[in-house]
Design a protein around this ligand. Structure first.
Ligand code: PLP
Length: 349
């Protein structure tokens, strides 16, 4: 028998949303992928790709991609670190700051990877409930004084935002590190980058997976003051971002116009989808992400999820406290949203 660490034996492990094989006809509105293709500049990099770039190891510190990211975020290059998706940034933060006897805190419900990472490190997790309107539970998070505090904003799965003034109160009041996971910030009205120069204990995480239509590429970034990044760089894999990803990331970041045009289309579709769902008497939470969390009129979310799946439409459903009466719908193309609404119309009636 393989003898894992005790905490690993106890772990359930992260459960990703279903990924049907490419080419299947399923309408996939379950993992918050962007419905539009990546920038043509990305495709150009791939077409012109030189095998020589693969023979050698990639740049261990991802200079070209970080330069492009720093220009977009308006910070010096040594305030940016690159990783194999923002999930790797989260894992590095957990490894750097959590162990048995240390604490992580986050509001609930939120991104379920946080608990997996806490379990992996054998750290104690303080889960502070959001209220019904998803206001940030400041008191509880400040009282916890965890070594690491995660805030996802816009929050997955509620799509609601943590106001910057709340994040500032946390950064100022916590002795530990505040991680602001901004995976969906490209669809939101405000972000926390402005806090980074003022608080040495804050790190903002960004990804190319959602706004830039590059979930398959696996590139994310951490933005923080250099002292915080130095500790994370010590423990990362030497070549954590591969040679293909580095070049594509730089090209995608330089084409801001492509990303913002797609984000604008998604935000317009989000508004139309929300008003149709409200017409069907769903309770919705105000979304600043590329997805919407909704409670169907009779709370029978599991039945709707299964009914949609039978019609080859995937949305996300969790059989968990506070979420088992809701579904999370990724905003798709206008056509996909139309098919979804038609199917829902039949199921809700
Ligand atoms: C999608 C998502 C990420 C994953 O980002 P990757 O860069 O693809 O690893 C991180 N955080 C949250 C909350 C997400 O929903």
């Amino acid at each position: 028998m393989v003898n894992f660490r005790e905490n690993v034996k106890r772990m359930e492990g992260y459960v990703p949303g279903e990924q049907p094989p490419p080419g299947s006809r399923v309408i996939k509105l379950n993992t918050n992928e962007n419905p539009y293709p990546p920038s043509p500049q990305v495709m150009k990099v791939l077409q012109e790709f030189d095998g020589e770039w693969l023979r050698r190891y990639p740049d261990p510190v991802a200079t070209t991609a970080r330069e492009a990211a720093a220009a977009v975020y308006g910070v010096p290059i040594d305030w940016v670190m690159a990783a194999n998706g923002s999930d790797e940034m989260l894992a590095l933060l957990a490894r750097a700051f959590l162990e048995r006897g240390r604490k992580v805190a986050y509001p609930m419900p939120t991104y379920s990877l946080y608990i997996t990472l806490a379990e992996m490190q054998d750290a104690a997790a303080v889960e502070v409930p959001y209220d019904e309107d998803y206001n940030v539970p400041l008191e509880g998070l400040l009282a916890a004084q965890a070594d690491l505090t995660f805030i996802c904003t816009p929050n997955n799965p509620s799509a609601t935002v943590a106001p910057v003034r709340d994040l500032e109160r946390l950064a100022a009041g916590l002795k530990g590190v505040l991680v602001v996971d901004e995976a969906y910030t490209d669809f939101a009205d405000e972000n926390a980058l402005g806090l980074v120069p003022r608080y040495p204990n804050i790190i903002v995480l960004r990804t190319l997976s959602k706004g830039y239509s590059l979930a398959g590429l696996r590139v994310g970034f951490g933005v923080a003051q250099p002292e915080l990044l130095e500790g994370l760089i010590k423990i990362k894999d030497s070549y954590n971002v591969d040679a293909v990803a580095l070049r594509i990331a730089a090209a995608a970041l330089k084409d801001q116009a492509w990303m913002t045009a797609n984000a604008a289309k998604i935000k317009a579709s989000r508004a139309r989808l929300a008003s149709e769902l409200e017409r069907m008497k769903f309770r919705l939470w105000p979304s600043q992400a590329n997805f919407i969390m909704g409670r169907p009129p009779r709370g029978d979310a599991g039945r709707l999820y299964r009914g949609l799946k039978e019609r080859e439409i995937l949305v996300r459903y969790w059989n968990r406290p506070r979420l088992d009466d809701k579904i999370r719908i990724t905003v798709g193309t206008e056509e996909e949203n139309g098919v979804l609404l038609e199917a829902l119309e039949g199921l809700v009636r």
